[in-house]
Design a protein around this ligand. Structure first.
Ligand code: WTA
Length: 648
């Protein structure tokens, strides 16, 4: 604990602070106090100032049906207008999307060009694919500009996009298509990775089986490799886009009309379709760009995430474009051709804000400790991290070598469900401490609560990271399952007798009330910043014909943060205990991100007499810890020693 309280404090760079959007802690406290004193006034004023309304809203926040809340009710707007049209007059010729392809090919897409492409795309969806407001459109795309056009085209016509990360398998894609009852998939033939073409279309083909709700597959040609074509179902983007008009009137959307779904893993069951709606989401996406990354008119912002994750949604597409920034989109692999690639890109494109995951920082550090010094990275002002706790050595390298000890590091804590940042330093205001997300952002009522009493915990104590008031970019529902929405997020912690949003993460305060996120309290594993539900991985492994029982847990990993450790019980008489074979099977069921680093084949699992698997014991064994828990109540206590012996 003393470590937690005695961390070195780094003050904001005074030169930077002078021109920062939030310049001091006084300003931070003034904003936060304003929000506390007049919550609706705080948010209502920003919504009026930051968004372009077709019709103004009449009610800032309606909590009467909590946790089903409404923000900015009565208001009408269109998110694609926020991201494109309103910039055309002032910055039509400014680069909106700066694209660098895997092979180093660069495209600069201005706001005017973005507008034409998105309008054409929107017309294509409407005219050729019969997409209507409220329809679900699955996007299974590589990191190419057309992926952003597809998202914004959906927003323009009021269709709800659901992006599935391009690394997910056909089985995972199929589940998501069917759960969302989507009628269209937008994909590409494939793309490039490490200069070699790879394919996406065959994965889509395999995901659409008998009874699938999919009517049409729109294929964007990226690598022009040969693909199989299903007549009547598959249509070519290149062919159809040619004669489309570049004018498509934006659909008039209510503030609370859905913008997108994004499937994410929970502690139990299948991934859930997290629903975000229009006005509140886009407001916070834009405000956090201005506050947390301090992006200015002439800045070039680079977020390395994939658009398949929430970080790519909010901080490659919606946030940067809503504020009229230049956003860099990268198709390639950051360690290819060597670990200097991102630093060369910072130099080439004069990047001002660089945002990535701790796993990437650890890999870049390990593979190219001295690479940053080879490039001119003087353009950098703010560095960000997201997705998992960062460890102090990686933080130090990032701060000193990448940021030359002059850039603030914003350790941004948030989730798919929160839409945008929740707890984060402000680069011109907050004194930072290594590996610490610091304070809730102005307007966010984030508190660490004791789950038993609902009271705020004291310095040095652990509790549950909660948000005690609804905020504009909050998840609005789990697609098709309102009960699961309530149960998953509002079931565990009550403050003053009222349910509050629980993130699923544990956290602690230090003596300055700085928040350090300690990790998930549930059965979610964070592999390289990607959420994997243990139940989901177990369900996949159980489908293997030779597997009788399985339990998976997370184990610490020096690069990935956490990795997956599986305990597998095979059916009697089965010989196949090949880790490789089961991993190949997982790849087919979910994707490479769910592959298990460790797998032990055992004759049984530690279970209580009522049949509950004791994961705590399995976690301890995976860590190589001595078992101190009482195991006498287990169905077969001897199994613990047996498994421990195998893992040694
Ligand atoms: C974890 C990613 C520590 C956390 C934006 C959360 C973090 C989950 C941080 C959400 C951080 C995210 N420090 N842990 N700065 N940021 N997490 O939905 O466990 O993919 O609940 O959203 O990542 O992951 P998701």
């Amino acid at each position: 604990m003393s470590d937690l309280h005695n961390r070195k404090v780094y003050q904001p760079n005074p030169e930077f602070a002078k021109n920062a959007n939030i310049k001091s802690m006084d300003e931070y406290h003034a904003l936060q106090n304003k929000a506390i004193e007049n919550y609706e006034g705080f948010w209502g004023d920003y919504a009026k100032e930051k968004l372009d309304w077709i019709e103004p809203f009449t009610n800032t926040l309606d909590e009467s049906n909590f946790p089903f809340v409404k923000w900015f009710d009565g208001g009408k707007l269109n998110v694609s207008v926020q991201c494109i049209d309103r910039h055309l007059k002032r910055r039509g010729e400014k680069t909106a999307i700066l694209f660098e392809g895997d092979r180093g090919d660069v495209q600069k897409i201005t706001y005017n060009e973005l507008s034409r492409s998105v309008n054409k795309f929107a017309n294509l969806l409407k005219e050729d694919l019969n997409v209507k407001k409220g329809d679900r459109v699955v996007i299974y795309m590589p990191m190419i500009p057309e992926a952003a056009y597809a998202m914004l085209a959906c927003a323009r016509i009021g269709a709800i996009h659901s992006i599935v990360f391009g690394g997910f398998s056909s089985a995972a894609l199929k589940d998501r298509i069917e759960d969302a009852d989507a009628k269209i998939v937008i994909t590409a033939d494939g793309a490039y990775r490490k200069t070699k073409p790879y394919m996406l279309k065959p994965v889509v083909d395999a995901a659409i089986t008998e009874g699938s709700p999919i009517e049409k597959v729109l294929v964007v040609e990226r690598n022009n490799e040969e693909v199989t074509w299903v007549e009547g179902r598959d249509v070519s983007y290149t062919k159809l886009i040619k004669d489309k008009s570049d004018v498509c009137a934006p659909e008039v959307m209510d503030s609370e009309d859905p913008l997108f779904l994004l499937y994410t893993s929970g502690s139990t069951g299948k991934p859930k379709g997290v629903q975000h709606n229009s006005a509140g989401y886009i407001l916070w996406a834009q405000m956090t760009m201005e506050w947390v990354f301090d992006v200015k008119e002439t800045d070039v912002f680079w977020c390395t995430a994939d658009i398949g994750w929430i970080t790519g949604h909010t901080y490659i597409v919606y946030g940067p474009l809503a504020m009229g920034a230049t956003t860099l989109m990268f198709e390639g692999v950051i360690t290819y051709p060597d670990a200097g690639r991102p630093w060369k890109m910072v130099q080439d494109h004069k990047i001002n804000q660089f945002y990535t995951a701790p796993t990437a920082i650890r890999v870049l550090h390990k593979m190219g400790e001295n690479e940053p010094s080879k490039y001119d990275m003087s353009s950098l002002k703010v560095l960000g991290t997201v997705g998992e706790p960062i460890d102090p050595p990686a933080w130090k390298w990032y701060y000193e070598e990448v940021g030359s000890s002059k850039c603030a590091i914003v350790d941004t804590y948030w989730q798919t469900e929160t839409g945008g940042h929740i707890v984060s330093p402000l680069p011109g205001a907050t004194p930072i401490k290594p590996a610490c997300a610091t304070l809730p952002l102005p307007g966010i009522m984030g508190e660490i609560l004791d789950p038993e009493t609902g009271q705020k915990v004291g310095a040095g104590e652990s509790g549950y990271m909660c948000i005690t008031r609804p905020w504009p970019s909050m998840i609005r529902g789990v697609w098709g399952d309102p009960e699961r929405f309530v149960k998953s997020y509002f079931g565990d912690v009550k403050k003053d007798g009222k349910a509050v949003y629980f993130t699923g993460d544990g956290a602690t305060y230090d003596k300055d009330e700085y928040i350090t996120i300690t990790g998930r309290t549930d059965d979610v594993i964070n592999v390289s910043g990607h959420r994997m539900g243990t139940a989901e991985v177990e369900a996949a492994i159980l489908k293997h014909k030779n597997v009788a029982e399985v339990a998976v847990v997370g184990r610490k990993h020096t690069i990935k943060g956490e990795c997956i450790f599986a305990y597998v019980v095979l059916k009697s008489g089965e010989e196949t205990g090949e880790k490789k074979e089961i991993n190949a099977f997982i790849k087919q069921e979910i994707g490479s991100i769910a592959i298990c680093d460790d797998m032990v084949f055992t004759s049984g699992l530690p279970k209580t007499r009522s049949g509950k698997i004791m994961r705590r014991i399995l976690r301890s064994i995976a860590k190589g810890e001595a078992i101190t828990q009482d195991i006498s109540t287990l169905e077969d206590p001897s199994i613990v020693a047996k498994i421990s012996e195998m893992v040694k």
